[in-house]
Design a protein around this ligand. Structure first.
Ligand SMILES: NC(=O)c1ccc[n+]([C@@H]2O[C@H](COP(=O)([O-])OP(=O)(O)OC[C@H]3O[C@@H](n4cnc5c(N)ncnc54)[C@H](OP(=O)(O)O)[C@@H]3O)[C@@H](O)[C@H]2O)c1
Length: 258
């Protein structure tokens, strides 16, 4: 039996779908009170004592504050969710046989070089990246933890890509950054890799990427339009400079795989 912490996350939902098809048994946690008769209640912003079973074979931590603006604006609150509470869960399982899977991000790097190697120096540009770096450092002390650094996961369930799809299929124009990069990791590839990691139980850091080098969001949107058999003319170039991001954006986002 496995446990997925965070029932509503993009990755969690994709895993649930895959495991349901394969009849893999799992429990879920939620922070939504109305769902916790069905699932286990766990709110990372209010986690005093961890009260979970130690019988799980694998615990996958999907819950996290993933909004970079929110992390930047509320570093203390998000540190509690992304670092302090995760440390409590890791400590709870430290002497058990349970494999913990923890997600980190290419945001631990400064984006100055493409295809970052696992042991490259980390130098995060954002509060989110700093929090991921801190939890990586803590998790690395434990042999039962698999840390997975991801590039941007591509799924039509993601709010950005969902809006692209909906607009393109309606023949509506979309504005996409031509000066900001992505190295997309398709959700189906991600699911295969995560299931493989569960079998192998590899500790330490792994890089998951989708085989794409860095491409601009614009070029990626063009490939999405082609896949959806929509006109490329619907995609308009925009600049990240006009979006007034409150944090610095990395030039490159790709990871090299081990
Ligand atoms: N998706 C990507 O492209 C990507 C890339 C790099 C790294 N990652 C990492 O992979 C992991 C999963 O990402 P994701 O994209 O699946 O996440 P996501 O879709 O943004 O979902 C995050 C989940 O965390 C939950 N959450 C937030 N605050 C919480 C709290 N205080 N207590 C309990 N749950 C809380 C949210 O619950 P509600 O639904 O109730 O709001 C939400 O379901 C994260 O660690 C993320 O940093 C993802």
């Amino acid at each position: 039996m496995n446990l997925i912490i965070g029932s509503n996350s993009l990755i969690s939902k994709a895993l649930q779908k895959d495991w349901d098809k394969k009849n893999i048994k799992y429990h879920l946690t939620t922070r939504t009170k109305k769902n916790y008769t069905k699932n286990i209640y766990l709110d990372l912003s209010k986690l005093n004592k961890v009260e979970l079973s130690k019988e799980y074979s694998t615990v996958i931590i999907c819950a996290s504050c993933t909004d970079l603006d929110v992390c930047e604006n509320y570093p203390k609150k998000t540190h509690l969710v992304n670092v302090e509470s995760i440390k409590k869960i890791i400590n709870f399982y430290k002497d058990s046989k349970t494999q913990i899977i923890l997600f980190s991000s290419n945001q631990v790097f400064d984006g100055e070089k493409p295809f970052r190697e696992i042991n490259d120096e980390r130098n995060p540009l954002t509060e989110y990246g700093k929090q991921k770096k801190e939890i990586e450092d803590f998790a690395l002390k434990f042999k039962n933890i698999s840390i997975v650094r991801l590039t941007k996961v591509f799924s039509y369930q993601d709010s950005l890509f969902k809006s692209w799809k909906e607009n393109l299929l309606k023949g509506k124009k979309i504005k996409v950054f031509s000066d900001y990069c992505i190295s997309p990791l398709h959700i189906d590839i991600f699911i295969k890799k995560i299931n493989n990691l569960i079998v192998k139980r590899k500790p330490g850091i792994s890089h998951f990427h989708g085989g794409y080098p860095d491409i601009s969001y614009y070029d990626f949107a063009v490939s999405v339009a082609n896949e959806l058999q929509c006109s490329q003319d619907l995609i308009q170039k925009a600049s990240y400079k006009d979006a007034n991001f409150i944090y610095k954006l990395p030039r490159f986002t790709s990871l090299s795989e081990d």
